[in-house]
Design a protein around this ligand. Structure first.
Ligand code: ADP
Ligand code: MG
Length: 239
């Protein structure tokens, strides 16, 4: 039996009871999973689980299995929450990071320079471990933990480098890794791209898909009522 299996089994037993009786604190609801926080015997944990309805449930379980594999690859990387595994093949249990998202906290960062240096370190370590996130531009996916330490979450679309990697896997990985660096630069400079230091300018390489995305973003946002939806979600969170 592997070290930690006992703890994991105890956590699974506790979680089965807890989920049946306590709704937990809702943190998010995406296409494939819902996310809650629970106070567990091992401290606060975040539980990501699939939706109950049939087609979404199958998809959700597959997505969570994949996300767990990614967390396994990233074990020990500073700035990535620890995973306790996919318990009962349906609950992805993660260390809960105490702190707001970068979206909520950005105006209050005390040491922006250090925050983004640390975040860069996590991105570089993540890439070295064979994971490229692909959705870091979204400020909800970066959390500001205790002592203003950055944490990266939500590997729902991430790319996992295979060994050996075929051509398609290598290409997708390189593409996502560059997307991560570009997102980091944009976040760090708040999109003021004329202010990049020479070092950061060398890290930024806009991809043709991003250019197209920028070009269609504004009409698309209008078409999909993105702003009103964001405001509505924000109000719902504040309630
Ligand atoms: N490890 C964590 N610690 C604290 N909060 C978390 C953690 N993981 C997720 N969350 C919260 O739950 C929300 C949804 O989780 P996420 O993994 O982004 O799911 P989704 O795929 O639905 O976007 C996040 O935006 C964040 O607020
Ligand atoms: Mg998310």
């Amino acid at each position: 039996m592997k070290a930690g299996d006992d703890r994991r089994a105890a956590l699974a037993a506790w979680l089965r009871d807890e989920v049946a009786t306590n709704p937990g604190t809702l943190l998010g609801e995406g296409y494939q999973a819902t996310v809650h926080r629970y106070a567990s015997p091992l401290g606060d944990v975040v539980v990501k689980r699939p939706h109950e309805s049939f087609p979404r449930r199958r998809l959700g379980i597959a997505a969570l299995r994949r996300e767990q594999r990614i967390y396994e690859r990233l074990e020990g990387v500073a700035g990535i929450p620890k995973s306790f595994g996919l318990l009962d093949d349906r609950y992805l249990v993660l260390e809960s990071i105490a702190g707001p998202s970068l979206r909520d906290h950005e105006p209050h960062l005390e040491d922006r320079e250090r925050f983004f240096t640390d975040l860069y370190g996590t991105i570089a370590a993540m890439h070295a471990a064979g994971v490229a996130h692909g959705d870091l531009k979204r400020k909800d996916n970066v959390l500001v933990g205790p002592a203003e330490r950055p944490y990266i979450i939500d590997f729902g679309v991430a790319s996992l480098r295979k060994h050996p990697a075929g051509a398609w896997n290598s290409m997708r990985f390189a593409w996502f890794a560059q997307l991560d660096l570009n997102a980091w630069v944009k976040l760090k400079y708040r999109r003021n791209m004329s202010e990049l230091s020479p070092e950061d300018a060398a890290r930024y390489r806009p991809l043709w898909l991003e250019r197209i995305a920028r070009w269609i973003r504004i009409p698309w946002q209008k078409l999909t009522l993105r702003r009103p939806r964001q405001r509505w979600r924000q109000r719902r969170r504040e309630r």
